[in-house]
Design a protein around this ligand. Structure first.
Ligand code: SAH
Length: 356
């Protein structure tokens, strides 16, 4: 399908979620405003979670109007929402250029997690995943990444305050490195969303150079490595992108990450029936997990229309888990939540934009 070329004219709008107190102070100084105005604006945005500048009632009408004319606060339009009986709500957002991405609210007993996207589409193209079917269309900006977390924070819908943020939606966060790190800082900052680094997870297919860079950022976020296979041979069958990266290189980068952050690595492993869920795979996985400080997150596959992969039985997944535990690996089995809402990566977008 040919898409009409989009012609962009004029200057890029200034997105408030791209700002830090320093950059906002300097912008407002150009209006002749004192420095503390920036703090007031950020407090309205992140603490009081207002949706528009007109709600910032301790600012003059003239300033509110000026802000309104100069900045974009919330850019996206919600175009679809699906809710699952377990409380998971998945939203499809449309950005100003017409592209759409997904974000999800996942409530649990004592917390609520926002799962957010970093790109439109995905360059990784795991063979079992819905997100990368059409490749990557573009990066999201830092403000668009932050906006999703703020959007989900707003939508408490009785489910409580947002406590965790996971970069596990569409896209490969470390392939959009600068925007991801900038968004991480805003989500973590005390002037921003103020979510503790330990409550933030970045999930990656594993880009060793970027993992080392992230280790240097002084952000103690959890790194989740999408391993999915315990040998290079099998991993390359499931993840074409892995052709150029060996598990040995990932182990090395993960060790560097642990050494500089003190954060244990989460190894993600989607269980695919008869593909990577056999006892020999569990034994090989033990070998990989032992080479770094790690815990293993087993995820039951969420079937995707048109793909041949199947979810293993609870019994065989349980046996896989037990094998890891018997060898002393700290492992958990996650039932993917939100099955009813096309919960897995990229499924909602795919359903809403069927192929021509
Ligand atoms: N590109 C990043 C983040 C996006 S995917 C990464 O690869 O980690 C987030 C996680 O969801 C990954 O572990 C991915 O493998 C998993 N996932 C994708 N499709 C899935 C499906 N249909 N069922 C279960 N997990 C899936």
């Amino acid at each position: 399908m040919m898409e009409a070329e989009r012609i962009t004219t004029g200057t890029q709008p200034d997105h408030l979620f791209d700002h830090t107190p320093e950059t906002l102070r300097s912008t407002l100084a150009d209006y002749g405003e004192p420095g503390y105005r920036a703090d007031q604006v950020l407090e309205w945005v992140y603490r009081h979670q207002v949706r528009g500048f007109d709600e910032m009632t301790n600012l003059s009408k003239a300033l509110r109007q000026r802000l309104e004319d100069s900045f974009v606060l919330y850019e996206a339009e919600e175009v679809h929402q699906s809710r699952s009986p377990d409380g998971v709500v998945k939203y499809l957002l449309r950005w100003a250029d017409g592209e759409t991405t997904e974000c999800v609210s996942i409530p649990a007993d004592d917390r609520r997690t926002a799962c957010i996207s970093t790109q439109v589409g995905c360059p990784v193209q795991c063979s079992f995943c819905a997100s990368g079917k059409e490749g990557v269309r573009r990066n999201l900006s830092s403000s668009q990444i932050v906006e999703q977390a703020m959007f989900v924070a707003h939508r408490a819908e009785g489910a409580g305050r947002l406590t965790n943020v996971v970069f596990m939606g569409m896209g490969e966060p470390l392939a959009n490195y600068a925007a991801t790190v900038s968004a991480l800082r805003t989500i973590n900052a005390s002037w921003g969303m103020d979510i503790g680094a330990r409550k933030i997870t970045v999930s990656t297919i594993g880009l060793p150079t970027q993992i080392r860079r992230l280790a240097e950022e002084r952000l103690q976020v959890t790194l989740a490595l999408s391993l999915h296979a315990p040998t290079d041979e099998l991993r390359r069958r499931l993840i074409p992108w892995a052709e150029s990266v060996s598990i040995a290189e990932l182990v090395e980068a993960a060790r560097v990450y642990f050494d500089s952050t003190g954060r244990e690595i989460t190894l993600e492993y989607v269980l695919l029936a008869d593909v990577n869920d056999q006892p020999e795979h569990a034994r090989q996985l033990v070998g990989v997990a032992r080479r770094m400080r790690s815990n293993v997150n087993l995820i039951l596959y969420n079937p995707v229309d048109g793909l041949d992969y199947r979810r293993p039985s609870d019994r065989s997944a349980g046996a896989f888990l037990q094998l890891l535990r018997e060898k002393g690996i700290n492992a958990h089995l996650r039932t993917s939540r939100g099955l009813e809402v096309d919960g897995a990566c990229g499924q909602l977008r795919r359903r809403m934009t069927p192929p021509p």
